[in-house]
Design a protein around this ligand. Structure first.
Ligand SMILES: Cc1ncc(COP(=O)(O)O)c(C=O)c1O
Length: 346
């Protein structure tokens, strides 16, 4: 982090992206006086978390201002499609406010190519925000850090220690490369905050000011303490080791799926999410897998989530619990197989 940057705690990834895009909008307005902000576009990947589009809507932009970039077969946002669409927008004279990349997509854990996104953002002066809520933890593990290569060049990024750092929720962070951008977006309402800012000697306290200029909410939990205690308890290396073990389990499941003729693997996991399907579950694979997941969630033998990717439904295993053992992997596949044959027979 440079001396100009800052990190602030928020109440979640959704608040982080809202704050980041508010800063982006405020910078855009300063840099483009007279330009109608309502014409500006925000580019996001089709696999972006729903909170991104919600934040854009809260900021007053209708859905038409969102350009959704397709994802590639393994779930990453297509950096070449992004570049082409940005070029097309520039040629058409459409202003571009921001580009949002995802580092660890919710559906399948795919990581966008951040250096390529940065390059494209630079061609049009757009703010680059990276939603690293899930995958930011890879930065703590040297051999996984490549997943988030280029994160440090984002204008802002969000990261949730309440995910893969096992801090109790809510505990989320927003990093902003030039804290002046955050300050200029949030400082101007503070004339009505004198009840907090007026120090004992009648002078505003700079620290109190900072805490209100760097975040949307006023009263906030002491999230930094939870991160501190987690680090005291496990140590940075202890956290890294847990992350490593979740990645190792995900790879083991992926290998088991790939080597088992009953199953179909979506993609090799970059981190801790594995999507897969049973090959023989009836003619409507998506409906069959939806039913299968529902049945499993009632049976309580294992817990899988599901994800819609490229219009198809996949089973989704996310490794986060230390209680999960390597031996659970073959059990899981047998349970899924038994459930698939029930569905076939019904
Ligand atoms: C990639 C990603 N971004 C954003 C969010 C939203 O974070 P929060 O639940 O802290 O608002 C999530 C939550 O699951 C997520 O996985």
């Amino acid at each position: 982090m440079s001396a100009q940057s800052c990190v602030t705690f928020t109440n979640g990834g959704s608040e982080s992206v809202l704050t980041a895009l508010l800063s982006a909008r405020s910078r855009f307005e300063r840099d483009n006086p007279g330009l109608d902000i309502r014409t500006a576009r925000i580019f996001i990947g089709s696999g972006a978390h729903y909170s991104i589009e919600r934040a854009i809507r809260v900021l007053g932009f209708p859905p038409a201002n969102v350009v959704r970039i397709p994802i590639m077969p393994e779930g990453q946002t297509s950096a070449s499609a992004l570049r082409e669409q940005v070029i097309a927008a520039k040629v058409a004279g459409v202003p571009i406010l921001a580009i949002v990349a995802t580092s660890g997509s919710t559906a399948c854990g795919a990581f966008d190519d951040l250096p390529a996104f940065r390059q494209t953002a630079d061609t049009c002066g757009a703010w680059l925000h990276v939603d690293a809520c899930h995958g930011g933890a890879c930065r703590l593990v040297p051999e996984l850090a490549r997943c988030v290569r280029g994160l440090e060049f984002a204008d802002s990024f969000s990261w949730n220690p309440h995910k893969m750092m096992w801090v109790s929720p809510p505990c989320a962070c927003l990093f902003v490369r030039r804290r002046r951008d955050l300050h200029l977006a949030l400082a101007h309402d503070l004339e009505h905050a004198s009840y907090i800012l007026d120090g004992a000697a009648g002078r505003p306290s700079e620290k109190a000011r900072e805490s209100l200029e760097w975040a949307l909410s006023c009263t906030r939990p002491f999230s930094a303490l939870k991160v501190y205690l987690t680090l005291i308890l496990f140590g940075l290396e202890g956290v890294a080791e847990r992350i490593r073990s979740m990645h190792a389990l995900a790879r083991k499941l992926a290998t088991a799926v790939a080597e088992d003729h009953r199953f179909h693997l979506f993609a090799n996991p970059a981190f801790n999410i594995v999507c897969f399907r049973h090959r023989n579950i009836g003619s409507d694979l998506s409906a069959g897998h939806r039913q299968l997941r529902l049945n499993l969630s009632v049976a309580h033998e294992c817990y899988l989530t599901g994800a819609e990717i490229h219009g198809e439904y996949w089973l989704r295993a996310q490794f986060t619990s230390e209680a999960t053992r390597e031996s659970d992997i073959s059990k899981l596949l047998d349970i899924v197989d038994a459930e698939a044959s029930q569905i076939r027979g019904s």
